[in-house]
Design a protein around this ligand. Structure first.
Ligand SMILES: [Zn+2]
Length: 223
């Protein structure tokens, strides 16, 4: 049924979707700025982490800039309960990276966690649906019980990215799992990569817990 009173709107530009369009309108689907980092070697995400933390491969789907449609999408996903954006983008990006076999076969996906407090406030981890949709396309489990965040860290604006990463490291914990062993090829998934401090802290925590093969994917990368 097409809803005339509350017609579905495009997640990115908020124009009314026409019949047959789902989630994102045809124009946005063509115009959303994709990074195409899956065809660059090394790409800017991988270069960001060079010398900071050992990652196998890393990639982001969309380019995030202030006031662009990607910022709007992430804002809706994070603050307005539009969790399905994650599913939509995960299926889309998952198809792209599975077709080109960007990663070696992934054994499991671990979403970057939010703290219990944040989970209570927001009601969901905004990364989870994207991670689950990627897992479907990459044919592997998505497990959100291995990496946990014990607390939120307040304003880190004045810290350098390595200082920020050190502060953040203390907030994540990782446990061993019967699903994975030390040789498992893990994909760590986040919504937005800006300084890389969160990914660096999570990857270090996973390394310390014995997961050595870490790859990274995010919805967006701040360019
Ligand atoms: Zn649109």
């Amino acid at each position: 049924m097409f809803d005339l009173i509350f017609p579905p709107l495009c997640f990115a530009c908020e124009s009314v979707l026409t019949q047959g369009e789902q989630g994102i309108c045809t124009i946005c689907r063509h115009e959303l700025p994709q990074t195409n980092y899956h065809i660059q070697n090394p790409n800017p995400v991988e270069r960001l982490f060079l010398g900071r933390v050992a990652l196998k491969k890393a990639v982001s789907f969309l380019k995030f800039e202030d006031h662009n449609r990607v910022q709007h999408l992430l804002h809706e996903l994070k603050y307005h309960g539009q969790e399905t954006i994650g599913t939509y983008l995960g299926h889309w990006f998952g198809s792209i990276i599975s077709e080109c076999e960007f990663f070696d076969p992934i054994d499991g996906i671990i979403p970057v966690p939010v703290s219990k407090k944040r989970l209570k406030q927001r009601g969901y981890n905004q990364v989870l649906k994207f991670a689950q949709a990627l897992a479907e396309k990459l044919n592997c489990p998505c497990i959100d019980t291995i990496l946990l965040k014990s607390k939120e860290v307040t304003s880190q604006v004045k810290l350098s990215s390595s200082e920020r990463s050190k502060v953040l490291s203390g907030t994540f914990t990782a446990s061993t799992s019967s699903d994975f062993d030390f040789f498992s090829n893990i994909l760590l998934v986040d919504d937005l990569i800006t300084t890389g401090a969160t990914i660096e802290a999570c990857a270090n925590t996973l390394h310390e817990a014995g997961y050595y093969q870490i790859n990274v994917a995010s919805i967006a990368f701040r360019v």
